[in-house]
Design a protein around this ligand. Structure first.
Ligand SMILES: [Zn+2]
Length: 223
């Protein structure tokens, strides 16, 4: 099997464009280690890369991605738990100051759950994994007459909020959050629009950020 040509080409671009600008930064990070202040828990979806959306440089974001950006509740049962391990490392070793749960529109995982779609694979890992959002679906309530897109948006956003609740079941997170040394944030990215919303703590609503800048980026003729 040949290594994918797309990756060879991409690495070539990295060598000629990005590496020359970032080389000293990479070297410093290799010597002193990484000290990111922000952890992002995002979806594996290929359209929602946190480094791209937040224009992040090497060493700035500690990222854990999985299907539908979920964090199972704290379960110290000795099982191999990828998200819990990443979270523990970020909070206890790196001492990040922020955890951003980044959800998005058109999330395939959320849609599978909402439509009770057949398992995507015979092993049904997706089905079991997505069952984690059952409490969020309960909080949203039945779809009723709501158009599917609107219902999915509600479910996607409720799922992010539930993930924040699940994060608080981890003692290491709760202690630091209660002391004000760690902040949790719920963010939502509109894939088609490029809009970013962040949940307002007081109202619980997701509100656009940098909306004016976004409008500017789309105004006038584009070539
Ligand atoms: Zn997704």
């Amino acid at each position: 099997m040949e290594f994918p040509q797309r990756l060879i080409d991409g690495y070539g671009s990295f060598l000629s464009e990005r590496l020359p600008h970032e080389q000293s930064r990479f070297r410093a990070l290799a010597e002193t280690g990484q000290h990111p202040e922000i952890m992002v828990i995002g979806c594996s979806d290929s359209r929602v890369s946190p480094e791209v959306i937040f224009d992040a440089r090497p060493g700035e974001l500690f990222v854990a991605r999985n299907v539908a950006n979920l964090v199972p509740p704290y379960t110290p049962d000795g099982a191999t738990r990828a998200v819990s391990a990443a979270l523990e490392f970020a909070v206890q070793a790196l001492k990040v100051k922020h955890i951003v749960v980044l959800g998005h529109a058109q999330c395939g995982g959320i849609r599978v759950y909402a439509e009770n779609a057949a398992p995507l694979s015979p092993g049904d890992f997706i089905g079991h994994w997505m069952a984690l959002i059952a409490p969020a679906a309960k909080a949203v309530g039945p779809r009723g007459d709501l158009p599917l897109t609107d219902y999915l948006t509600k479910l996607e956003q409720a799922s992010i909020v539930q993930t924040l609740d699940n994060l608080m079941t981890f003692p290491c997170v709760k202690i630091l959050a209660d002391r004000g040394r760690l902040s949790l944030h719920a963010a939502y990215f509109g894939v088609a629009s490029g809009e970013l919303s962040v949940q307002d703590r007081a109202s619980g609503e997701f509100r656009r950020i940098a909306a004016e800048q976004h409008a500017k980026a789309f105004q006038g003729p584009r070539f």
